[in-house]
Ligand binder design. Structure first.
Ligand code: ADP
Ligand code: MG
Length: 694
């Protein structure tokens, strides 16, 4: 019997206020009994001991539980109305302070009452005190709990007591069938489901407290395994479903591909060749490719994408390339058009900023099939844009797009066929993440830079040495090189960011009268931006002052100096992207990270990482350490909510086990396997599986 989740939760608490509790539980995502059972403690409190008041006071700053008799109870009015209760034991006394209180509490805490109170001990003006402690009235010698007390993630209006009761009731009702087959449990030495969950809710007195808190206890391992298994199963099913869809077979690696390669001014690196092969193989299949092309900034992803497009065109289909910004899209358009047009390929350009007439012309070329390759921004996915025969979708900087946007482009196929999809990203996804959130994608990695690049030297420099930095910019320009000067990120205010950029531009223009200084920022019209970018590409502008609009993709090989102001405000991957704008030519490049002291610990760590490595994968790994996975997931964040217990960093070994078991279950021909998979997914994901289908 598969585990069912159908019974309504919160029946237990229903007596008091059925609607409100149920809806509050629902807000926490607790809709079914199994949801409640899997609502596990986020931590545990130790109420098993009472500390003498004197000791608790000496220990100050720690959470302690004390017990004493009320010796004083008064309402004070300075600085504001508050209830002050003093309790004493044989060793000392301590004040309990309540800023908000009810009349009934004043009576309840009358002199002579025995109180057990638990809170952090602070040292106030009048000695040791607890502010708003958790307390209860007890009789002398009242027994202490002999186990740790679970503390649940709670929402507004949901007390621990209500949650505890709702969970306890749900525990009695759920189907406890173990969804992981015994053979698997034995092989992996996994705890059984019910005892594991029970232990986490009600830890026995002799439990290994450390392992419980650190979540390394076997009971936690079991729960994490289940969670990860559900995720893997769900992703793999999505992958299977994709394979059942039809895609155009792009079988021809023909004349265009050959002459394109021949015309390239360079030879592909081994890594590029390898991924080109991987993509070629996928495109020949009759189900849609969904491949992520990962490669550090400057590793040469564009040419790989262009080769994939050539294969689609050779096979009589259209290809579309979508980029997240106008600057980047335009750059792709120029570069790829320069490669392809001499070979007779018709390339169309489609962005939001085009004049109506131009846009209509581009759309018509796309719809008639005259345009074999269409390059642009989000404009590509508008309803009005129809493709005659779309075979391949290329998405650059895929993490910048929402899932919905990528899907729309994918739905623009014809004859009921789904186009192949190649997504590019320079934000490397650490292995564990790739294995979990991206388990339904194939991944190709370009792990080699084109030859002849000299490594970028990175320095962190205090903001007050700005003059020296300006001098370096000057020197670089005199050697015929160009520089970027990136203005500080001001997250709170775009207007302020703009103002800073303009000021920086003016200061630099003044300090460097013999150089041409340019300014580019997000508020400029695309055409204005393009004029500056063109001038910079052509070497007519020596220093380009920019906001983060240049973060992605910009490729000007002659630029060899990157100055980032207030580098401490940027995240690691952003710094890495920005730095990647230099080091693209053969000249030795330098990245100067200007910072404002004093630096906080996280910022210090980031700048140190930047100085120590230029390897995008290493940077991503450290970023994951500093920040957690959220940032990498982009639009997939919806799926992140699914991992409540497993920690992708410390639990990689469990991820691997779960992945293997998922593969084994799905490949198994035994009819039970499918029932197992269904039951497990139902238990862990309920109706939430949809998140992962895209
Ligand atoms: P990214 O992977 O960051 O998108 P690009 O595709 O913009 O990188 O490539 C960076 C630069 O390297 C471009 O100027 C490109 O023409 C050049 N390039 C790409 N592949 C090679 C190669 N195999 N040999 C030499 N230069 C290359
Ligand atoms: Mg690129």
């Amino acid at each position: 019997m598969p585990a069912t989740n159908a019974k309504p939760a919160a029946k237990a608490a229903a007596k008091q206020a059925p609607k409100s509790i149920e809806s509050k539980l629902a807000k926490l995502g607790l809709r079914t009994d199994m949801d409640l059972v899997l609502h596990l403690p986020m931590r545990y409190e130790d109420e098993t001991q009472i500390v003498p008041i004197r000791e608790a006071s000496l220990r100050g700053g720690h959470v302690s539980q004390v017990e004493g008799v009320v010796t004083k109870n008064e309402i004070a009015y300075k600085p504001r109305r508050q209830l002050l209760v003093t309790i004493a034991d044989e060793t000392s006394d301590i004040q309990l302070r309540f800023m908000n209180f009810y009349g009934s509490q004043v009576k309840q805490l009358a002199e002579g009452t025995r109180v057990r109170a638990r809170s952090e001990v602070r040292h106030g003006f009048f000695g040791a005190e607890m502010v708003h402690p958790v307390y209860k009235i007890v009789n002398e010698g009242a027994p202490l709990p002999n186990a740790l007390t679970p503390v649940y993630p709670a929402g507004e209006g949901l007390s621990q007591t209500i949650l505890r009761r709702a969970i306890a009731d749900a525990m009695k009702r759920v189907d406890w069938t173990d969804t992981v087959p015994r053979a698997v449990r034995e092989k992996l030495n996994l705890a059984e489901f019910q005892p594991a969950v029970r232990l986490l809710h009600y830890p026995p007195p002799d439990v290994d407290e450390h392992a419980l808190t650190e979540r390394s206890h076997p009971a936690w391992t079991r729960v994490k395994f289940d969670e990860l298994l559900a995720q893997q199963l769900s992703l793999k099913r999505a992958q299977q479903a994709r394979r059942e869809k039809g895609a155009p077979v792009l079988g021809a690696v023909g004349a265009l591909s050959a002459s394109f390669l021949e015309a390239l001014p360079f030879k592909l690196t081994n890594a590029q060749q390898r991924v080109v092969e991987e993509i070629r193989r996928d495109l020949r299949e009759d189900y849609p490719m969904q491949r992520l092309l990962q490669g550090d900034v400057g590793s040469g992803k564009t040419v790989v994408a262009a080769l994939a497009a050539a294969q689609a065109i050779d096979s009589g289909y259209q290809a579309a390339l979508m980029a997240p910004t106008e600057i980047l899209a335009e750059q792709h358009f120029r570069k790829i058009a320069a490669w392809m047009e001499p070979l007779g390929v018709k390339v169309a350009w489609l962005t939001g900023s085009l004049k109506k007439k131009e846009k209509t012309a581009a759309s018509e070329m796309t719809e008639s099939g005259e345009a074999q390759l269409v390059i642009g921004t989000h404009a590509l996915i508008q309803d009005t844009v129809q493709f005659a025969k779309l075979g391949l979708v290329l998405v650059d900087e895929q993490h910048r797009f929402g899932v919905g946007q990528r899907l729309t482009l994918r739905n623009k196929g014809s004859d009921g066929l789904v186009p192949h999809q190649l997504m590019m990203s320079a934000t490397p996804i650490p292995r564990t993440l790739a294995m979990t959130y991206y388990a339904d994608l194939e991944v190709s990695v370009i792990d080699e830079l084109p030859p002849g690049r000299t490594p970028i030297v990175t320095r962190a420099i205090d903001q007050n040495r700005r003059d020296e930095v300006i001098e370096r910019v000057h020197a670089a320009a005199q050697e015929g090189r160009q520089a970027y000067w990136v203005c500080p990120l001001i997250e709170e205010s775009e207007a302020l960011q703009l103002q800073t950029a303009t000021e920086t531009y003016e200061t630099l223009a003044q300090a460097l009268p013999d150089l041409v200084v340019g300014l580019v920022h997000g508020r400029m019209k695309p055409a204005e931006k393009q004029v500056i970018m063109d001038a910079f590409s052509a070497g007519e502008v020596h220093v380009l002052v920019a906001t983060t609009v240049i973060e992605v993709g910009v490729d000007v090989p002659n630029a060899s100096l990157m100055v980032i102001e207030h580098a401490e405000r940027f995240g690691l991957s952003q710094l890495h992207q920005l730095r990647g704008r230099v080091g693209r030519g053969s000249a030795a490049s330098v990245c100067l990270l200007l910072y404002q002291s004093p630096l906080g610990p996280v910022a210090k760590q980031r700048l140190m990482t930047m100085r120590e490595t230029t390897d995008g994968f290493e940077i991503a790994r450290r970023d994951l350490e500093i920040r957690g996975p959220g940032e990498f997931l982009g639009a997939r964040q919806s799926g992140q909510a699914m991992l409540r217990f497993a920690n992708l960093e410390t639990d990689q070994w469990i991820v691997e086990q779960a992945r293997d078991v998922a593969a084994w279950l799905l490949e198994s021909d035994r009819p039970e396997a499918e029932a197992i998979v269904d039951a497990h997914l139902q238990r862990w994901l309920g109706g939430r599986e949809e998140f992962l289908k895209v």
